[in-house]
Design a protein around this ligand. Structure first.
Ligand SMILES: Nc1nc2c(c(=O)[nH]1)N[C@H]1C(S)=C(S)[C@@H](COP(=O)(O)O)O[C@H]1N2
Ligand SMILES: [Mo]
Length: 444
């Protein structure tokens, strides 16, 4: 540990080491000029406040008052709805050139490599549209509950928002997240390998409250069907035990109304379950006594097994984790201390432990978990690492409170084969090369 602390002290002289890939060109230049100066100054070992300050900044900028310290700043922001700094313009949702980019079907990915903590800013939440998105007038929107209920009802948004509400933090992960990696290494960055993932605080009314209000037939009800108001006919079957447990009919996301692309004004939140069941533009819940076997439960969102059979209704997103930095596409600028940081989650409950390996799975150390650990939510982990400049393979392995351990890719393939799309929760490996470049690899 003292070694680590000493290295941290040394690395405070290179504050740019942990930047995202975009800022790297800039950072590398800064670093080079610092190195030049450091060498010229005999590595800057001289003690004293000014010398230390010069070293830390890489130049003597701290000694000169910049313009913003001597001039009037701007009044309150010109745009009444605030925006990120212009210097953060590279932290963006991205589309994949190889995937659907048409109005009939589109997807964008969360920039996990550029985010901290567990909450995904709403403007960076990934999107998956099966028939395009809409900005629906909330005063015209309705939610119907019908089927095996004593009194079918139609709710307006005003009706719903008067009811007792809950606010809970949950992750949403598309069942196809990491789906390109079943066969081979496919994608260069964590944004593309794991970016159909987000975590928000949702506010809404529990579905159980609405079903009770309508007098659900508890003897016969076994499933509910959720239907959206867009043209995709993405109807999904949900078991009644789950529907009556923690499912939320939500209008709030991170303290404000849902964004249009995430289902405004109403979406279903189905904690722990794959994204497709989180029906956006929610317009109807039907209570029934058998599953509906809709197109998105028979043709899509089924797991192709090695024997050619399709496995249906594998809804839960099993325990998974990924290191978000350092990660593919980033470059380590120097040997020395790094804070390896990542995310862990489980559709079955809470994260109990995360282990991290820097040698491709031979040795594991337990990471620090940033609490409080939430139920069916992203969990941030961090661990110290001193890079000696040689080849390294970084991996994380999560364990949830059911005791389930995140599998290696080959363990998963032994059961599931290589032709599946959905539910790849394997351990991710990032290789660090001696030149500092980080890339996506698979190790056995
Ligand atoms: N009505 C409707 N709901 C939908 C979809 C859709 O296309 N239409 N896409 C589903 C899929 S496949 C996923 S992964 C999530 C994505 O939610 P997001 O766009 O808010 O990220 O919404 C689900 N709910
Ligand atoms: Mo999805």
């Amino acid at each position: 540990m003292t070694d680590v602390l000493r290295t941290i002290g040394r690395l405070l002289q290179a504050p740019e080491h942990h930047l995202g890939e975009a800022q790297h060109a800039q950072a590398r230049t800064a670093r080079r000029s610092f190195m030049g100066k450091a060498l010229a100054m005999g590595a800057g070992v001289a003690a004293g406040g000014v010398a230390a300050a010069q070293n830390a900044a890489g130049d003597d900028a701290i000694l000169t008052l910049p313009a913003h310290s001597k001039t009037l700043g701007q009044p309150v922001a010109a745009q009444p709805y605030g925006q990120p700094s212009k210097w953060e313009g590279n932290v963006l949702r991205r589309e994949s050139p190889g995937l659907t980019r048409v109005r009939q079907a589109s997807v964008s990915f969360t920039p996990l490599q550029g985010l901290f903590g567990i909450i995904t800013p709403s403007g960076l939440h990934f999107e998956r549209h099966h028939q395009g998105w809409h900005d629906i007038d909330p005063s015209q929107h309705r939610l119907m509950i019908n089927g095996l209920v004593r009194e079918p009802r139609v709710f307006t948004m005003d009706d719903l928002m008067r009811l007792p509400s809950v606010s809970r933090i949950h992750f949403i992960e598309c069942g196809a997240n990491t789906g390109a990696e079943w066969g081979n290494v496919a994608l260069p960055t964590v944004q593309y390998t794991h970016g159909m993932l987000a975590c928000s605080e949702y506010t809404g009314v529990l579905l159980s409250t609405l079903l009770d209000m309508c007098g659900i037939d508890r003897k016969r009800a076994r499933f509910v069907l959720a239907e959206g108001a867009d043209g995709s006919s993405m109807t999904r079957t949900i078991a009644i035990e789950r529907a009556l447990d923690d499912v939320i009919v939500a209008w709030g996301q991170n303290g404000e109304m849902l964004r249009p692309e995430n289902g405004y004004p109403l979406r279903l939140v189905v904690p722990g379950v794959q994204g497709v069941s989180w029906v956006k533009y929610l317009r109807r819940i039907e209570v029934g006594d058998q599953p509906w076997d809709t197109k998105d439960e028979t043709i899509h969102y089924v797991d192709l097994m090695p024997d050619g059979q399709h496995r249906q209704y594998t809804s839960i997103q099993e325990c998974k984790s990924v290191i978000t930095t350092p990660s593919g596409g980033q470059t380590l600028l120097d040997r020395g201390y790094y804070n390896i940081s990542g995310l862990a989650w489980s559709g079955r409950g809470r994260i109990k432990r995360v282990d991290v390996s820097t040698d491709g799975g031979r040795n594991w150390r337990t990471a620090r978990i940033e609490g409080p650990v939430q139920n069916k939510a992203l969990t941030r982990f961090n661990i110290d690492w001193v890079w000696d400049g040689s080849n390294a393979v970084l991996q994380s392995r999560a364990i949830d409170d059911s005791g389930y351990v995140q599998p290696k890719i080959n363990q998963l393939r032994a059961v599931r084969g290589t032709r599946s799309i959905y539910h790849n929760n394997a351990i991710q490996s990032w290789q660090v090369s001696p030149n500092g470049e980080v890339s996506n690899v698979q190790v056995s």
